[in-house]
Design a protein around this ligand. Structure first.
Ligand code: B1H
Length: 812
């Protein structure tokens, strides 16, 4: 990529505006400038993209395909500029042209093609694959509507459609000539071939075209550009049926509409499965187009027999959502490529690897047999056969497992169990943090673990430090480079050198001032968005993530209510001023989660306007939490709230992002918090609450009474009674359902049980914050150790531990 100077860029933007739109620079809107800029960057990317793909082909490199229903890539303009080495010049050029760079960058709508952590992980992984020169690509769905836009109206969440493609998306290339035909429904006919073997013909099917749209995934200043291929559903027009069909015009339109619906929208549920047929259609649509595409490319590029596919191809499935890829690969290999069952099974199980992201029962996917069989008759036959062979193997070769067959079978209770299908059909099964993998091995999947101990492995999640530190927090990143040099950018573990400076007071002052500037910027943003003035010197206490009972935003707001009550009782109380910042979307059908959002907003509306607590307490709910908003909030965080009920959060990744930006974690021993704790220890984070063992023990043996706590802890009783009696807000706004949910269901997420230890931990937070010097030391320690959570590290682990994939070096 050729280096642009700021002046060169300025001229080029002016030239494009003139050539493409007949515009003078003075007439151009921010959007016009954004498009001109994006087109320049795209033009820079194009040659490297072609070159990278050609090199992979020529050298017959092994490739990994990351299959995922979600890629939460957010905005690409800044990361593409950064990775192309053009960000600084661009900022300078835009300034010279009289624009605010951030205003230009903000013209790009986030691609919100994911719900939360699972989708964002996929995006971070793509970034690391390219930056580390790994031949690795994403396959996903080009949803026309991404995750809903959230508005808060009178405290309530209201969902608006996210039509992110309203304006042209400058990063995608439509590749019509590579479209693939997908078949739904129809009948399967069996024939005997001359050699006695069976042949299956899938006929009278509903046909859908899968058209790929390719987005470049640009590595960090290394000229590697991989591909994120997103599939879009379009009607199929067979060549011979083009004439004389006018009568059917409306029928055709309806048909066309139903096909386009397949990639119409992203299901807005995080860790909670909706068993709708359309979702099953989406899943098969993704895997069928991806698998057919992968096999086609393998045949074109490698000139090897299909039996050797696993030497050149590995397919990582992001949770069970793409697990139909396993029977789909069997179908293509047997029905289209004439491999025997055994040969096809060897190839398939040699190519697939499965990542599990949750043990929550409501997120475990199962599909009704009738639905699967009706929509995907041939695929269902294959799943049935996989199950038969698996159960027969258990019965004859693992006699000790006979009793367990109903719990292990892929088809049981009239449903297809996708996790079981994924485990049986993959050579690797991994969890996403150490504790999560242990829970999989010893509890949730122990039956499979004893059967296939070698399949199970851990790959702790990671985040790209390029987006989440270098790009989102240029102040801090620049300071780090001043102190330890720039090598940490390519080798994030070198952040550890910062440990040499934790006693350097003048330097700590500089870290403090970088944080202060970010807090000021966020305070300005909050003021502009909400009209509320927050104290930029208060503790910025942040909880940003999907809203779920297990993530316990409720525990956080109980703490706020407790502080508010204390201040009302004694307005002179000497407390460190705090600003509580929330960002969270609830699944539209998740009633209690929406009630919690309403509670947070109601508490905010009381606290923020109460003169008794003025300057001491503010509660901010920032609406429409998404990747771009996260990039604004995280650099300004002092406290990172990671307070899930222990054993419930598989990993978490927001915990890593805030740590990397110098926030201190208050958290439970859950998910990756435990691994943060391994690194920084009790001195540098605030651990509280039940352990995973204690939680699981209570679930198994009982012994916990929420009512006892309600009756004995006055603070708890007061808060819950306030909810029940509607003391927050008017008569109409009361939170009886939250009250009863806790007390009549015995507080399934242990909010009351962990209340006291959580309050104590927060007291320690406050005491620690008063000692600025000590706080800064802890903050820098967190940054120093965060390199281990770069997704570069995680991807290296996947590449060597699962994929057997080599970094692709030019000179090989
Ligand atoms: C995670 C999901 C998820 N786990 C179902 N499971 C979905 C399940 O659309 N659906 O049906 C969507 C998403 N998401 C998250 O994955 C975990 O809760 C986090 O702890 C983890 O950090 C993240 C990435 O591994």
């Amino acid at each position: 990529m050729q280096p642009y100077t700021a002046d060169g860029l300025k001229d080029e933007i002016a030239r494009r505006l003139q050539v493409d739109k007949g515009q003078k620079l003075e007439e151009a809107s921010p959007k016009d400038v954004y498009y001109a800029l994006a087109s320049i960057v795209h033009g820079e990317i194009m040659p490297s993209w072609n070159k990278t793909q050609q090199k992979y082909k020529d050298k017959k490199a092994k490739q990994v395909y990351y299959l995922s229903m979600e890629f939460l890539i957010g905005s690409l303009i800044k990361s593409n500029l950064l990775n192309c080495g053009m960000l600084n010049q661009t900022i300078e050029a835009l300034r010279k042209m009289g624009f605010h760079p951030e205003e230009i960058f903000a013209q790009e709508q986030d691609a919100a093609l994911g719900n939360g952590g699972l989708g964002r992980l996929a995006a971070c992984f793509l970034d690391s694959l390219s930056s580390l020169d790994y031949p690795g690509h994403g396959h996903g769905i080009r949803y026309r509507y991404g995750l809903f836009e959230q508005r808060i109206i009178h405290g309530n969440q209201v969902e608006l459609p996210d039509y992110w493609l309203k304006d042209a998306y400058p990063w995608e290339n439509r590749k019509e000539e590579e479209a693939i035909l997908i078949h739904f429904r129809g009948e399967v006919h069996m024939f005997k071939k001359n050699d006695g073997s069976l042949e299956f013909k899938h006929e009278n099917t509903d046909k859908v075209m899968a058209v790929p749209y390719d987005i470049p995934v640009v590595g960090y200043q290394n000229s590697t550009v991989n591909t994120l291929r997103l599939w879009s559903a379009e009607p199929y027009f067979p060549p011979e049926e083009n004439e004389g069909q006018e009568d059917d015009f409306y029928h055709d339109l309806e048909h066309q509409h139903s096909i386009e619906q397949i990639t119409g929208f992203l299901y807005p549920d995080d860790s909670n499965i909706e068993g709708k047929e359309l979702r099953l259609k989406q899943q098969y649509f993704l895997v069928s187009s991806s698998i057919q595409n992968i096999i086609r490319q393998f045949k074109e590029n490698y000139q090897l027999p299909l039996s050797r596919l696993p030497e050149k191809v590995v397919i990582q499935i992001n949770d069970t959502h793409p697990s139909l890829g396993i029977p789909e690969m069997m179908r293509v290999l047997m029905d289209e490529e004439n491999l025997s069952w055994d040969a096809a099974w060897k190839v398939t199980t040699g190519a697939f690897a499965y990542t599990n992201h949750t043990t929550l029962s409501e997120a475990l996917e199962t599909w009704p047999v009738e639905m699967t069989e009706g929509l995907l008759p041939r695929i269902y036959m294959i799943i049935h056969e996989i199950n038969e062979r698996f159960c027969r193997d258990l019965w004859f070769n693992h006699k000790e497992k006979r009793e367990e067959i109903p719990q292990l079978a892929v088809i049981a209770d009239g449903r297809v169990h996708m996790a079981r299908l994924a485990i049986v059909g993959s050579f690797s099964v991994n969890g996403v943090a150490r504790i999560h993998t242990e829970i999989l091995k010893n509890q949730e999947m122990s039956g499979f673990y004893s059967l296939y101990p070698k399949k199970f492995n851990n790959k702790t999640n990671g985040i790209t430090h390029r987006r989440w530190l270098l790009q989102a927090n240029p102040g801090l990143a620049g300071l780090i480079t001043d102190v330890i040099g720039p090598n940490w950018i390519r080798r994030p573990k070198q952040l550890i050198s910062l440990m040499k400076y934790t006693k350097d007071r003048p330097l700590l002052e500089k870290f403090a001032s970088a944080k202060q500037q970010n807090k000021q910027a966020l305070a300005n943003f909050i003021h502009q968005r909400t009209g509320i003035a927050v104290d930029p010197h208060s503790i910025f206490d942040v909880q940003i993530k999907r809203l779920h009972e297990y993530k316990r935003q409720l525990l956080n707001i109980f703490h706020v209510i407790y502080l508010y009550n204390e201040l009302k009782d004694n307005p002179q109380l000497d407390v460190v001023p705090r600003t509580f910042i929330f960002g969270a979307k609830a699944a539209p059908s998740y009633y209690l989660a929406k009630e919690i959002i309403k509670l947070i907003n109601t508490v905010a509306s009381i606290v923020n306007y109460d003169k008794d607590v003025k300057d001491k307490l503010k509660v901010i709910f920032l609406e429409n939490y998404n990747v771009s908003l996260a990039e604004k909030i995280i650099p300004a965080a002092d406290i990172s709230e990671q307070i899930s009920t222990a054993s419930k959060e598989a990993s978490g990744t927001g915990n890593m992002k805030m740590m990397m930006n110098g926030a201190l974690t208050i958290g439970t021993m859950d998910g990756a918090n435990i691994e943060i704790h391994d690194l920084v220890g009790d001195d540098n984070m605030f651990i509280f609450g039940l352990s995973a063992e204690q939680v699981m023990d209570y679930y198994r043996h009982g012994g916990y009474s929420a009512t006892d706590i309600y009756n004995t802890d006055d603070r708890v009783k007061r808060i819950l009674d306030q909810l029940k009696l509607g003391e927050f807000g008017s008569q109409e706004i009361e939170f009886k359902d939250i009250y009863y949910n806790i007390l009549s269901h015995n507080d399934p997420y242990f909010v009351l049980k962990d209340f006291e230890p959580y309050m104590e931990a927060h007291e320690i937070v406050e005491r620690t914050y008063r000692d600025t010097y000590s706080w800064l030391q802890k903050s820098v320690t967190n940054i120093a150790y965060s390199g281990k959570f770069s997704s570069d590290h995680t991807i290296q682990q996947y590449a060597t531990g699962i994929w057997n994939l080599k970094q692709f070096k030019e000179k090989e």
